[in-house]
Design a protein around this ligand. Structure first.
Ligand code: NAD
Length: 267
């Protein structure tokens, strides 16, 4: 099966590192023109855009905090000015500010909810408005627009010490499903990806520490920590016409982490 995203424009938030960078690169390899959003890490985002262009693709890097309404408007305007349309949004930007519940500050709670949940709302709303302006394509096997919400296995696995993060991802799950239900008749496809442990900056301390790494592996039946490419390949499929009948689904990419691994010995 050939998956091509030629003549499509994708916007990926939080694309200066980790999963977002990997997804943006994979979408560009599949032929899409990509808008790489970053918040503060301008250099790596611009370097990735340059690499994509050097390989014959199309890419720009645009700074914006996804939790700020006006900044999100400017981000989408920049995307349209550069490429004239939008076909795919990957709402990926996210962060953790961990603390035991009794010590969690309102600032930690608000920062995480703002980036991880409000940011996904603002970007999805801007994308839906743009898809509506573009209208429905005559080809019924093609969506009028695609949105992928980057969630986490913590949309269904509770996570002590990370209540703000788990609450944000639980929110993303029902944001995604409710939006998918609301806009499906307009042939706008909304889906989610729930990664398990993927080696990126967000968890580098855990992955690099041998003891914590072993503990993490005990939670992953498939026996390895995920790579950015594991998620990127799935995102390309979910953004493509190959998944045209997939609506309101969460693709769990976690090496089996969500399968209650504590029960795997049948005890
Ligand atoms: P990462 O830290 O490498 O990437 C997160 C990116 O989001 C960064 O580039 C950061 O600058 C950006 N960002 C954060 N707040 C932002 C804001 N307000 N505006 C714009 N950009 C902002 O980590 P990652 O692992 O690549 O995380 C990407 C997404 O995947 C996040 O939503 C995260 O919750 C999710 N996720 C990651 C894992 C994992 O194990 N790595 C697992 C499940 C879900």
């Amino acid at each position: 099966m050939h998956i091509g995203l030629q003549r499509q424009v994708a916007l990926v938030t939080g694309a200066s590192s980790g999963i977002g960078a990997g997804v943006a690169e994979a979408l560009a390899e599949a032929g899409a023109a990509v808008v790489l959003n970053y918040r503060s890490q301008r250099e790596p985002a611009e370097a990735l855009a340059r690499r994509i262009v050097e390989r014959g693709g199309q890419a720009i890097a645009v700074g914006a905090d996804v939790g700020e309404e006006a900044a999100v408007e400017r981000l989408f305007e920049a995307a349209l000015n550069a490429f004239g349309r939008l076909d795919i949004l990957v709402a990926n930007a996210g962060l953790q500010r961990d603390a035991p519940f009794g010590e969690m500050t309102l600032a930690q709670w608000t920062e995480v909810l703002n980036a991880n949940l409000t940011g996904q709302f603002l970007c999805a709303r801007a994308a839906v408005r743009q898809f509506r302006r573009q209208g429905v394509c005559a080809d019924v096997s093609r969506a009028a627009g695609k949105i992928i919400h980057m969630s986490s296995v913590h949309e269904f696995i509770p996570w002590a010490g990370h209540v703000n993060y788990a609450a944000s991802k639980g929110g993303v799950k029902l944001l995604m499903q409710s939006l998918a239900q609301e806009v499906a008749a307009e042939r706008i496809r909304v889906n989610g990806i729930a990664p398990g442990a993927i080696a990126t900056a967000i968890n580098s301390e855990v992955v690099q520490d041998p003891l914590q790494h072993r503990k993490l592996l005990s939670l992953i039946p498939y026996g390895r920590v995920g790579e950015v490419e594991d998620v990127a390949r799935a995102a390309v499929w979910l953004a493509s016409d190959a998944s045209d009948y997939v609506v309101g689904a969460t693709l769990v990419i976690d090496g089996g982490m969500g399968l209650y691994p504590g029960f795997r010995d049948g005890g």
